[in-house]
Design a binder for this molecule. Structure first.
Ligand SMILES: [Zn+2]
Ligand SMILES: [Zn+2]
Length: 257
């Protein structure tokens, strides 16, 4: 079964639970060899905009010091990597990179939950529309082309009211860009566990037809995510059903950029 996971949150994002140590302990006890932390990154928002589902900038220092200590303590049992799940907000992306520069950040995964720049998201097309999907694909492709992202989390997160041929045309563009930029697509275990709209099987069928590499991410928001063998089996079934090319992420550390 899967022994690497690069998609692990911490309580700092305010919608995850458990201590940093709980995650490491459970991952090691359940056969994981590599554990990557990728909590929702801080962002350099302008003005007094406040986002309630990510760590604050002032928590970054503690995030690294806590995880670096655990990395050392558990080094004989599990390989810990420290990164972020970040949204690509074009207007403030450079600020984010500058902010993270002093830290030993092993990688960033791209997790796009909002379009434009979050604080102006009501100006995007309505969620569920084909226009939204196209805007999502454009923004995510631009992000993948920056070269900073190791993989794309839950590419099939935005839903579409009718999943028309237009949806698949847009997603074909996304998959082609993933292949061109070598930013693999993630089958998201939290989506399976929470019976969300993703993983959306027809999307993964298309990924299989286009032979694009895939990774699997737990998207752990508590330590029990490492124990959900039924969820891992479903992720494996998706891989098998559509002949997907399973790969392990190749990290793109920020500090060597
Ligand atoms: Zn989250
Ligand atoms: Zn996540």
């Amino acid at each position: 079964m899967f022994t690497v996971n690069y998609h692990t949150h911490t309580a700092r994002c305010k919608h995850a639970s458990g201590t940093d140590r709980d995650y490491v302990q459970f991952a090691a006890d359940h056969g994981f060899k590599t554990l990557g932390f990728a909590d929702h990154s801080p962002q350099c928002f302008p003005g007094d905009y406040y986002s309630n589902f990510r760590m604050l900038r002032e928590e970054t220092e503690g995030y690294f010091s806590s995880l670096l200590a655990l990395k050392e303590e558990f080094k004989d049992r599990i390989d810990i990597k420290i990164g972020f799940e970040a949204e690509y907000y074009p207007a403030i992306f450079r600020d984010l990179l500058n902010f993270l520069e002093p830290y030993p950040c092993d990688y960033m995964i791209l997790g796009q939950h909002f379009l434009n720049n979050e604080y102006d998201h009501p100006q995007t097309p309505a969620r569920g529309s084909v226009e939204y999907i196209y805007a999502y694909v454009d923004q995510v492709c631009e992000a993948m082309r920056t070269g900073y992202f190791t993989y794309l989390a839950h590419p099939d997160l935005p839903w579409c009211d009718d999943y028309s041929p237009e949806y698949f045309k847009a997603m074909e563009k996304l998959i082609a860009c993933s292949m061109e930029t070598k930013v693999p697509l993630e089958i998201n275990c939290l989506g399976i566990h929470g019976s969300r709209n993703y993983p959306y099987r027809p999307f993964w069928k298309l990924v299989g037809e286009m032979s694009a590499p895939v990774v699997v991410g737990l998207d752990a928001h508590d330590q029990y995510a490492f124990t959900l063998t039924g969820v891992f089996e479903e992720a494996q079934r998706i891989i098998d059903d559509y002949n997907l090319i399973y790969t392990e992420p190749v990290l793109r550390p920020l500090h060597t950029k």
